[in-house]
Design a protein around this ligand. Structure first.
Ligand code: NAP
Length: 297
């Protein structure tokens, strides 16, 4: 593996910039993916209550033999658990399934745009568990600048990070600038563009992985387009959490022995099409989201 930069959150907690994502990792594949990743040198894992695999992430940590304190475990509270008491209970669910006393980074999975009061109450519950030492850092996901502003009006702790869709075709530069002003780390989900190519999500998408410019840069370095995208994130100071359950690709994604020149970084920056492939956080049918319940541990 390559040396991965360490990032420092606004409360002093540190994390490796690169982590393993496990969205759509089937439970039966998750334990081995996590174990493989940790043995290959990953020390940061990103899961969520809604992924249905927190238990298997915990099992992978145990199976790897890597000491717990070396690993940054990040998970997310699902929207049906928003509200003070529900969110406090969601923390018990997450620690129970992960088999951990303390969660390193706990974030809200997404704003409930039409129930923002519940979103605020959920974040206030995160502030409570942070004060109680049950989580080391708290944050959000899929928040827009407007959501961050509304949250700030009602809460005390600036989110440590905002995990958002971010890849060469959707770079969210204004949001990244707002994060930098506020001391919020930008964490890229679908950092290699998974949302633009994984099957079953609509046929009209244009895969970032097929972008000719990325292929040209990759060929110049004897690297893959995924490695180029991950290096681009890391050189620009972001956290990235690529998902794979394939051992070769898990290894490839942490073997980033290339340095992009300023000119190459600028060529990737120029690929921004402003084209979101995932859901728009301001226009989601929250009733469908709220119908999904998270079982107890
Ligand atoms: P991604 O990591 O950009 O891409 C994952 C896809 O790329 C999978 O189909 C994977 O298949 C494939 N892949 C992995 N490495 C590859 C490589 N080196 N070359 C070619 N293909 C490769 O997309 P993502 O899973 O959407 O995002 C990553 C993580 O972000 C998720 O796992 C999750 O933890 C988080 N996330 C968060 C949100 C949110 O709302 N907060 C939303 C989406 C994702 P194989 O497994 O077969 O390798």
């Amino acid at each position: 593996m390559t040396d991965i930069p360490t990032l420092t959150l606004n409360n002093g907690v540190t994390l490796p910039a690169l982590g393993l994502g496990v969205f759509q990792s089937a439970p039966e594949e998750t334990t081995s993916a996590v174990e493989t990743a940790l043995r290959l040198g990953y020390r940061h894992l990103d899961t969520a209550a809604a992924y249905g695999n927190e238990r298997e992430v915990g099992a992978g940590i145990v199976a790897s033999g890597v000491p717990r304190e070396e690993i940054v475990v990040e998970t997310k509270v699902w929207v049906s658990d928003y509200g003070r008491d529900q969110t406090l209970r969601a923390v018990d669910k997450a620690t129970g399934k992960l088999g951990l006393d303390v969660i390193d980074i706990l974030i809200l999975h997404q704003p409930l745009a039409d129930h923002f009061d519940r979103t605020i109450a959920a974040y206030q519950a995160l502030e409570e568990v942070y004060a109680a030492g049950r989580v080391r850092a708290i944050g959000v996901s899929n928040f827009t600048v407007a959501h961050l502003d509304r949250l700030a009006e009602h809460t005390d702790i600036v989110p440590a990070l905002n995990q958002v869709e971010l890849h060469p075709h959707f770079q969210q530069k204004a949001l990244q600038a707002a994060h930098a002003e506020r001391g919020i780390l930008t964490q890229a989900w679908s950092p290699i563009g998974g949302i633009t190519f994984y099957p079953g999500w609509g046929e009209d998408r244009q895969s970032v992985m097929d972008d000719p410019e990325l292929h040209t840069i990759a060929a110049d370095h004897g690297a893959s387009p995924a490695q180029v995208m991950l290096r681009w994130h890391l050189q620009q100071g972001r956290s990235a959490i690529p998902k794979s359950t394939n051992p070769d690709r898990i290894r490839q994604n942490i073997t980033l022995d290339l340095t992009l020149s300023a000119e190459e970084l600028a060529r990737i920056d120029a690929l921004d099409a402003g084209r979101r492939s995932g859901p728009d956080p301001d226009h989601r049918d929250s009733s469908a989201l709220l119908n999904r319940t998270i079982p107890d541990a």
